[in-house]
Design a protein around this ligand. Structure first.
Ligand code: SF4
Ligand code: SF4
Length: 297
């Protein structure tokens, strides 16, 4: 087995400005705020008040916990599974530690990996729960990510208004204080939702590992390059999510380290992956698999 830190995949393919907020994953090229003159991202404190514009309820992938995914799919919504992986990192920052704890160990050929499995609610236009008056139709049961936005969930990452969908007037200086000068969220509902989402990310780890084993999911993108998107038949997914939740809660998730394969559209990445001793998907890909690039090629 090759020590993961020996490999250049971690550094060579890590973009300088990788997106950090995966609470709401915009469809690439669909809706990115532009032509807005924002203050420097480190400027704090930050004022904010939601204008109910509804932009954060359109054309997104919402990150869900296992229980939220069961609820979303049971209401008839589309839940997809996004997978990416990378060699383990020696980064000891708070942010890196947070991410590492929420990925499980796996291997690809000779390479040791950490795999992240995300459950996301997918809608191309308006969220199926959005009412015509731009109010949420499942307000009391909405996912935590909807309670958190536009705050940041990952510790050590400063919220950047330029990366949020909210209109300029939402951030006006005469709005209530939202972030303290230390970057702490003031509003209690948001703080509780952040704490719950962080806890679920840890508590769900074994369930997510069990889920991919149950669904025989074993193909991921290289982290920071994209995601492999798995779209599973709804009834099968709900059943597997339920079984995975039970297995995760009982600590009976499969302890065998799974073997993963990588998918990439870039020949340079494929060469690096092969030279690192890892496996690439060969031949026709499964019908339920798609590739979501994070950046324009
Ligand atoms: S669940 Fe509600 S708050 Fe969340 S995206 Fe849908 S309509 Fe918006
Ligand atoms: S995009 Fe921002 S301002 Fe608009 S509804 Fe969402 S949180 Fe509120």
């Amino acid at each position: 087995m090759i020590a993961p830190t020996n490999y250049s995949l971690v550094t060579l393919l890590r973009p300088a400005e990788a997106p950090t907020c995966l609470l709401l994953v915009s469809i690439p090229g669909a809706r990115v705020p532009t032509a807005v003159s924002w203050r420097n991202r480190t400027s704090m404190p930050q004022t904010f008040s939601c204008t109910s514009c509804g932009r954060c309820c359109h054309g997104l992938r919402l990150s869900l916990s296992v229980q939220e995914a069961i609820a979303w799919a049971s209401r008839g919504g589309l839940v997809q599974i996004l997978c990416h992986a990378a060699p383990d990192s020696t980064d000891i920052s708070e942010t890196a530690a947070y991410k590492r704890e929420r990925r499980f160990m796996a291997k690809s050929g000779d390479l040791l990996l950490r795999v992240q499995v995300m459950l996301v609610a997918r809608f191309e236009a308006a969220c199926p729960n959005l009412r015509p008056d731009m109010r949420c139709g499942i307000y009391d049961e909405r996912p935590n990510v909807c309670r958190i936005y536009p705050a940041e969930i990952i510790p050590g990452v400063v919220m950047n208004p330029a990366n949020r969908l909210c209109p300029p007037e939402a951030w006006n200086g005469d709005q209530p204080l939202f972030l303290t000068d230390e970057g702490q969220v003031l509003e209690i509902v948001t703080r509780v939702a952040i704490a719950e989402a962080r806890a679920a990310g840890l508590a769900d780890l074994e369930a997510r590992q069990s889920l991919v084993a149950l669904l025989e999911i074993d193909v991921a993108a290289l982290e920071n390059e994209g995601f492999v998107v798995w779209t599973i038949d709804r009834a099968r997914l709900i059943s597997a999510l339920g079984d995975a939740a039970v297995a995760g809660a009982s600590g009976k998730a499969d302890a065998v380290m799974p073997n993963w394969r990588f998918m990439t559209p870039r020949s340079e990445t494929a060469e690096l992956i092969s030279s690192a001793g890892a496996e690439l998907i060969r031949g026709p890909q499964p019908e339920c698999v798609d590739y979501l690039p994070l950046y324009e090629r």
